[in-house]
Design a protein around this ligand. Sequence first.
Ligand code: GLN
Length: 510
Amino acid sequence: MVDSISTSEEKQMFGHPKGLFYLFFAELWERFSFYGMRALLTLYMVQEIFKAISERDAATAVVYASYGSLVYASTVIGGRISDKILGMRSSIFLGGILMAIGHFVLAIENNTAFFLALAFIVVGNGFFKPNISTFVGALYKEGDVRKDSGFTIFYMGINIGGFVAPLLCGWLAAEYGWHYGFGLAGIGMLTGLIFFWSGIKKNIFGDKGLPPSKEVFEKKIAGVPQKTLIPIIAVLCVPLIAYILASYKSIAGGESFLGDETIVGLIFKLIGVAVVLYLGNILMKATSDERKKLFMAILITFFMTLFWGFHELSGSVITLFASRNVDLTLMNASQTNALNSMFIIILAIPISLLWAYLSKKNLNPRTPYKFGFGLILAGLSFYILSISGASADEKGMVPFAYLFIMYFVISIGELFMSPVGLSKITDLSPKRIVAFMMGIWFLSSAYAFQIVGFISKQLAVESTDANVGGLQTLAIYTDGFGLIAQYALGAGVLVLLFSPLMKKLMGNVH
Ligand code: GLN
């Protein structure tokens, strides 16, 4: 059904603006590259980059966490530069090219190249990810009822990429070598760019996504137009970020003036203080109704951070657990990263239909309850992993079914929280700071990786044996998962207990 608000000259497809399908495929391939690479990252570090040191798990945990934090934090800056100067189209191109370079540099067998590659992806993702998501929103006029389903279709694209990529890249890496896996991720990114470019060539997007002002775009600073200066600065940031990523003391094997702290950890603590102060200031200046809603928006973002902090362990500790202690016959450890996206593809539509059905009966739970249940489901999923030890064989290998069910449960939790939260942030934030609040929403994923780093370091196995595993690691993992389960369940129960109060703060927002 085509909504009456949409203009007749806009090209439509399956009842949505045609541009959605170009963005869908562009994002599908971008996420293909992102998750294909992520599926290999932890194992590649443990088995290759840090193989010579006994603290290889800890070093991997720190680099993985720093990379994850920066890859999401950079979206705040990329979004801002796009709003002010570049516009979405140029930002997406710039980001996509930088990410593709990153993936191809990863295909070079060299430790310096490794950190440079991660830095290219950090900067590239900063330009690509926030802008392709906002572009989807820009395809619809305000109040267009198709927007939510447009985002659901887009979320499907993300997860189709996230499902197929670990299977293919994980297979290539195991059969032919790591670098073929990383290379395929790069080809994925280029394919995404070609889709986007073909949409522009066919004039699918009309005048959407162009720079906000031609004068600003062309404006010269030190004789160089901003449209050229920004890509130059972006590339110049790469070695700096690579240095930051590579500067953890256990990697160098020496002492650091920061002690156990990392540069990224320190940066995020400082940003955290600044954000809290800034939000405090905004809260004080807001009207009483705004204040209540904004406070809820902040709480929701905080709960989301906790959830991602547990969820994003999938690319680190859970991948290591899969490689060391899960009896895998159907797939290898990298490929298990496909399971989350697989369940999202299967469950996204049924769960959104469930909300619609419950709404009709006036039983659709309000957002705080959904968040409480989401955290409880995260806790339950880790509980399932924690009891897997009881079914381990004499080599310490547990049946694959535990991992499979764990991903099923946490994926339901994700659908209770992530898509719901995204739309509530826009409803709860005053219009004048909605873009800033979206930035904070992305920062929640960045902070989540600091939690991932902390947990992964606690569960790091110190060993000089590259094939460490078996009973030695089983207890470390299952005890750790048990503890995570307790924290997640505890947090979920607390959220549920306070839900009646939070419901009041949200006013008319469901
Ligand atoms: N899986 C989603 C994506 O890739 C969300 C990930 C996140 O925000 N941590 O877009």
